[in-house]
Design a binder for this molecule. Sequence first.
Ligand SMILES: *Cc1c(COP(=O)(O)O)cnc(C)c1O
Length: 326
Amino acid sequence: MADPALERPTYDDVADALVRISGIAHRTPVMHSRLIDEIAGFRVLFKCENLQRGGAFKFRGAYNAVSRLGEDRRDRGVVAFSSGNHAGAVALSSQMLGVSATIVMPADAPAAKLAATAGYGATIVTYDRYTQDREAIAGELMRSQGRTLIPPFNHPHVIAGQGTCAIEFIEDAPELDAVFTPLGGGGLLSGTLLAMGALSSHSRVYGVEPAAGDDGLQSLRAGHIVSISPPVTIADGAQTTELGSLTYPIIAERVTDILTATDHELVEALTLLATRMKLVVEPTAALGLVGALGMRDELAGATVGVIISGGNLDFPPDFSTGPHPS
Ligand SMILES: *Cc1c(COP(=O)(O)O)cnc(C)c1O
């Protein structure tokens, strides 16, 4: 049997995923602030995935992927490795579907994230991020327990699930001239590109990544996937080192451009969202707004969509940059 993990997803997969998650994932609101429009010089609409189940868009892809497993695979359970939103999303989706989940997380992951993942009923296996290889640990769980790996971005069902956010966005705001999404491993951006290509092909689509980890931009310029060492940035949801073999070709073929944001710009943008819109937004989720604000001249008079990808922020927030790769 062909390995579905190797097959490139299409718009039809995104549309199927939307049917699967309807009534299960939240249909998150599209919000707007006149004050931010004034600051920007164009109309900005925000798709608020910080209000999604589990606090991030990751629930869309995780639920789609786990729900599409056959009975046999569901019985044997799933495994994921992540210290961030993907861990919580796989744990929550598995709990809802009655599937056993083991999540491999660094022992020094934020206590709140360990607790949230455990709270969704997952078994947590911790490892020392400086001496142990999480992929080897996950691989052992796949071999010994027959578990299926749910990757954070490089999987057709995950990409298709993430693309459902853009279908909802364009349904609620058909007039979007451009859309900005954060960019880590590229699941959200490639899914968004599939959806926008089918439903609003004239719209421009931009990915925005941390300036310290601009492997996506480097890859686009080089014409092949460029790997970097784990970037040091407060955007912990985008501390990826390379795009995926499935996400890269979709991005390279369709994206309008890739932009970058510094940590300082991210803190400014999430402060704006907190103070003006009363939205709790994690640093990675402010990437899109920074990207849009940086293109004031090109976007004057346009209607611009920004995906706020998540809101899982520890309180009080610590915006000092330290090495905490996900
Ligand atoms: C995972 C994540 C991203 C990056 O998504 P990719 O699909 O890896 O590009 C952006 N924002 C948040 C909040 C995330 O959790």
